[in-house]
Design a protein around this ligand. Structure first.
Ligand SMILES: Nc1nc2c(ncn2[C@@H]2O[C@H](COP(=O)(O)OP(=O)(O)OP(=O)(O)O)[C@@H](O)[C@H]2O)c(=O)[nH]1
Length: 290
């Protein structure tokens, strides 16, 4: 498998090349985990757990340590359920996040992702203040083979666009609804008002299946702070990590789930329409640790 920029294999190479586990092994491991944005708490827990296992199994072989690290990370990642719940018809998905994290691109890729499973899709452009954003979304929708509902005039109430999108899905029997929302909201109260209103008008017609928060993996745990307001008010059901292809912060993937208590459901690793996948802990742990 191709090496990813977030793989630990480079940082751990020296350590696993040694004949036996010694004190410097633990120092190298700690530096590698901190460098990969696992954060101090997770790093300490992972190392304590590994030290205990090394002692219990009386091993001195770095290869065993590598396997135990991989299994330990997989186990922690697997505590969260990455399955998208899209069984309702229509299944309404709200997509939220701060500007620039890759929200529009993600919606385009996600539309394509569900189209690949043979589902019909309509996208709602409820980020109504920027005409350019609506056009960008329309381009992605077309590429994905999805319908789009646009605002009838700039600045139209986002909730009314969301309403019209769900209405159209019901009228035309479209299976999946994806609603784009504005990322540039100044205050938590403003965010709460706008998202609250969008939710209420949607729920008059259909339950909301998923609320996905998009996060940029290159900003890692620092970027998470910007999304705090969404975490507090938006009723998030899952996370989407974008730009993992350009990120050295593989540990963020574990840290973000544990810090938010929310599962990662989708991962973006490139700018092309096919560069979005579901999240599989086993595959991720394998690529991360080697
Ligand atoms: N390498 C890489 N680039 C990505 C990925 N996802 C998005 N991008 C890029 O990130 C930039 C921002 O993406 P947008 O989709 O416009 O982000 P947005 O959050 O909608 O931003 P606004 O439109 O400003 O709200 C674009 O240049 C995308 O091509 C990814 O998974 N990998």
């Amino acid at each position: 498998m191709a090496r990813t920029p977030w793989s630990l294999s480079g940082a751990l190479r020296g350590m696993f090349a040694k004949p036996t586990i010694d004190e410097s092994t633990w120092e190298d491991l700690e530096a590698a985990l901190i460098g990969a944005d696992f954060g101090p708490t997770v790093t300490e827990e992972v190392i304590d757990d590994l030290r205990a296992k090394v002692e219990r199994y009386r091993t001195t072989d770095p290869k065993d340590l590598q396997r135990m690290l991989r299994e330990g990370i997989e186990e922690r990642l697997s505590k969260f359920d990455p399955t998208l719940k899209l069984t309702e018809r229509p299944a309404v998905v709200l997509v939220v996040g701060v500007n620039g994290v890759g929200k529009t691109t993600t919606i385009g890729k996600f539309a394509k992702f569900v189209r690949n499973f043979g589902r019909t899709v309509v996208v709602g452009a409820a980020d109504t203040f920027r005409a350019a954003a609506v056009e960008q979304l329309a381009t992605w929708a077309e590429r994905a083979g999805a319908e789009i509902v646009r605002p009838q005039h700039p600045g139209q109430d986002p909730a009314s666009v969301a309403f019209q999108t769900v209405e159209r899905a019901k009228r035309e029997g479209i299976e999946i609804v994806i609603i784009d929302t504005a990322g540039r909201l100044q205050t938590k109260a403003g965010l709460m008002d706008e998202l609250g209103k969008i939710r209420r008008v949607i729920e008059k017609q259909a339950p909301i299946a998923e609320v996905l928060l998009v996060l940029d993996a290159t900003t890692g745990q620092n970027g998470l702070a910007q999304a705090d307001a969404f975490l507090e008010v938006a009723g998030i059901t899952g996370l989407v990590l974008t730009k993992l292809d350009g990120s050295a912060k593989g540990g963020f993937v574990l840290a973000v789930q544990e810090r938010t208590g929310l599962p990662i459901k989708l991962v973006g690793q490139g700018e092309a329409i096919g560069d979005l996948t579901g999240f599989t802990p086993h595959v991720f742990a394998q690529n991360l640790v080697g």
